[in-house]
Design a protein around this ligand. Structure first.
Ligand code: FAD
Ligand code: MLT
Ligand code: ZN
Length: 475
C-alpha cells in the first residue's frame, strides 16, 4: 500500500545480515522472530492502512536487553521501529520498509505500587487494561482510558501522549507521568524513573519523550500517578436536537455538576447509525441528530445520582435534551460507553476510513463536519463527527467503499487549512506518525519545526529510531 499512497524513499540504512541475527539471538535468546507469517501482524497497522516489510521482530524482556539491541543497531546503522500494542492510528507503529521491529510485548511487569501515594511504576509493555485492573484492586484507577485499552501498552500511550476518555478529569499524561526510563538511540539507558510529585532540578527531560512517537528513544519503564478509584460513577446518555444544544448541555453540566463531571463525549446520528449497523448495538434513547455521554465520578452515590437526575430533568424541561437515560450499575454503564467507544471499530467495518483528529474552539467544532459533508457530497459513504467535546477535540472521519486519490484530494489540504485558520491543531491526540508528518507546519511555526529537527539530530544522530515518522523529511 505504502509506495503509491505515500511516496517515500528508503534511507541508506544497513540491511539485517546473518551476523546481525546471530547477535540478536545472543542478546534475546529464543525471542528473535523471522517467520514471515508471524511477522505479518507486526508489519500492518490496526487500520490496515500502511504496511512495512520488516524481516525481524525482537522481543526483549529487560531495559538492559533493549540497550544492547540499540547499541548493536546504532553501530551497524540499522533502523528500528519501536512497537507497543500496535493500535496507533497514524501509521507510526509499523515499519515503512525493513526496519527492525522492537516489541515491548514481553516487558509487562509491574515494578512497584504505593497504596498511599497511588504511584505505579511498571515496564513499558504492560497492557493498559491489565494495569487498570491491577490498580483497581487496590482502590485506584489509571488516569487514562481509551477504546484500545485491551491491546495498547502504557509505553505506547506515553509515546503517543494519548488523550482518551478520562482526559477531562485527570488531564494529560504530561501531568500524570512522574518519571520515565528511556533507552537512547546509541543504547544509553537514561534513568529518570523518579516517583516525585515535585522535582524542579533542571530541564524536565521526560517531557521530550512523552508524545515523541518512538523517534527520540525507546521508553522502557513508566512511573505514573494513579488517582483514587471514584466510589460512585454515573453515566447519562442523552439525545440533543442540534449542536447548539450540545454546547449548552456542556455549559449546563459544567455549571451544575462542577467537580463531579468526569467525561463529556459527543457523537452525531451517523455514528449511531454505524454502531447499530456494524456492531448491532441498540440506541437507548429517541432518534436524535446528536448524542451526548455525560459521566460523573464522585464519592457519594446517592448525592451524585440525585445531582445528575436533577440536571437531566432541567435539560429535558428546557428542550436542550430531547431524551435521556441514566445508568448507575456497572453493566448498563458499560453498555452506554460502548456506543461511544466502539465508533472506531464500526467505522473500520464500514470501508476505507479517512481519519482526522482535530483540536478546535469548541463553538466551531461541528462546523468542519458540516462543511466537509457538503464538500464531498455523494463521493463519501459517511462523514461523521464524534469526540471528546469537553476537551475541544473533534474526530472527523470519512468512509468510502475504497481508497480514492480523488477523495483524498478533496479532503486534504482542505481539512488542515480549515483547522489552521481557526488556530486549531491538526493532531489533537493521535500524533503524526507516518501519515501526518507532513502536516506539522499547519500547527507549528518554522522556528519550532527547526528546533524539533535539531533535537532529533542531537538525540539520534544517525536517525535510526522510527525513521520517516513525526517530522517532515528534511530538504
Ligand atoms: P503503538 O501503536 O504500538 O505505537 C504508537 C507509537 O508509539 C509508534 O510511533 C511507536 O513507534 C511508538 N511506541 C510504542 N511503544 C513505544 C515505546 N515503548 N517507546 C517509544 N516509542 C514507542 N488515542 C488517543 O489518544 N485517545 C483515544 O481515545 C484513542 N482511542 C483509540 C481507540 C481505538 C479503538 C484504537 C485502535 C486506537 C485509539 N487511540 C486513541 C490511538 C492511540 O494512539 C493508541 O491506541 C495508543 O496510545 C497507542 O499505544 P500502543 O501501545 O498500541 O502503541
Ligand atoms: C476515540 O476517541 O474514539 C479515539 O481517539 C479513536 C478514534 O478517533 O477513532
Ligand atoms: Zn479520541
Amino acid at each position: 500500500l505504502t509506495p503509491e499512497r505515500y511516496p517515500v524513499q528508503r534511507l541508506p540504512f544497513s540491511t539485517v545480515s546473518e551476523e546481525d541475527l546471530a547477535a540478536f539471538e545472543r542478546i534475546v535468546p529464543g525471542r528473535v522472530v523471522t517467520d514471515p507469517e508471524q511477522l505479518e501482524a507486526y508489519n500492518v497497522d490496526w487500520l490496515r492502512s500502511v504496511r512495512g516489510c520488516s524481516k525481524v521482530l525482537l522481543r526483549p524482556q529487560t531495559s538492559e536487553e533493549v540497550s544492547q539491541i540499540l547499541r548493536h543497531c546504532y553501530k551497524r546503522n540499522l533502523a528500528v521501529n519501536p512497537q507497543g500494542g500496535n493500535t496507533g492510528l497514524v501509521g507510526g507503529s509499523v515499519p515503512v520498509f525493513d526496519e527492525v521491529i522492537l516489541s515491548t510485548a514481553l516487558m509487562n511487569q509491574v515494578i512497584s505500587f504505593h497504596d498511599v501515594s497511588g504511584i505505579l511504576v511498571c515496564q513499558a509493555g504492560c497492557v493498559l487494561e491489565d494495569l487498570n485492573a491491577y490498580v483497581q484492586e487496590r482502590d485506584f484507577v489509571m488516569p487514562l482510558d481509551l477504546g484500545a485499552k485491551g491491546s495498547c501498552h502504557i509505553g505506547g500511550n506515553v509515546a503517543t501522549n494519548a488523550g482518551g476518555l478520562r482526559f477531562l478529569r485527570y488531564g494529560s499524561l504530561r501531568g500524570t507521568v512522574l518519571g520515565l526510563e528511556v533507552v537512547l538511540a546509541d543504547g544509553t539507558i537514561l534513568n529518570c524513573l523518579t516517583s516525585l510529585r515535585k522535582d524542579n532540578t533542571g530541564y524536565d527531560l521526560k517531557q521530550l519523550f512523552i508524545g515523541s512517537e518512538g523517534t527520540l528513544g525507546v521508553i522502557t519503564a513508566v512511573s505514573i500517578l494513579c488517582p483514587p478509584r471514584p466510589k460512585a460513577v454515573n453515566v447519562a446518555f442523552l439525545g440533543c436536537p442540534g449542536f447548539a444544544e450540545v454546547l449548552q448541555t456542556f455549559s449546563t453540566c459544567k455549571g451544575m455538576l462542577g467537580e463531579i463531571l468526569s467525561a463529556f463525549e459527543f457523537m452525531d446520528s451517523e455514528c449511531m447509525q454505524l454502531v447499530r449497523q456494524h456492531l448491532h448495538l441498540t440506541n437507548p434513547v429517541q432518534e436524535s441528530p446528536f448524542y451526548v455521554l455525560v459521566e460523573t465520578s464522585g464519592s457519594s452515590a446517592a448525592h451524585d445520582a440525585e445531582k445528575l437526575t436533577s440536571v437531566l430533568e432541567q435539560m429535558l424541561n428546557s428542550g436542550l435534551v430531547s431524551d435521556g437515560t441514566m445508568a448507575t450499575d456497572q453493566r448498563k454503564i458499560q453498555t452506554l460507553w460502548a456506543l461511544r467507544e466502539r465508533i472506531t471499530e464500526a467505522l473500520s467495518r464500514d470501508g476505507c476510513v479517512f481519519k482526522y483528529d482535530i483540536s478546535l474552539p469548541v463553538e466551531r467544532l461541528y462546523d468542519l463536519v458540516i462543511d466537509v459533508r457538503a464538500r464531498l457530497g455523494p463521493r463519501a459513504k459517511h462523514v461523521v463527527g464524534y469526540g471528546h467535546l469537553g476537551d475541544g477535540n473533534l474526530h472527523l472521519n470519512v468512509t468510502a467503499e475504497a481508497f480514492s486519490q480523488e477523495l483524498l484530494g478533496a479532503l486534504e489540504p482542505y481539512v488542515y487549512s480549515w483547522t489552521a485558520e481557526q488556530r486549531g491543531s491538526v493532531s489533537a491526540e493521535h500524533g503524526l506518525g507516518f501519515k501526518k508528518k507532513n502536516v506539522l507546519g499547519y500547527s507549528k511555526p518554522p522556528e519550532a519545526m527547526k528546533l524539533m529537527q535539531q533535537l532529533k539530530v542531537l538525540l539520534d544522530p544517525k536517525g535510526i529510531l522510527n525513521p520517516y515518522k513525526t517530522l517532515p523529511a528534511r530538504a
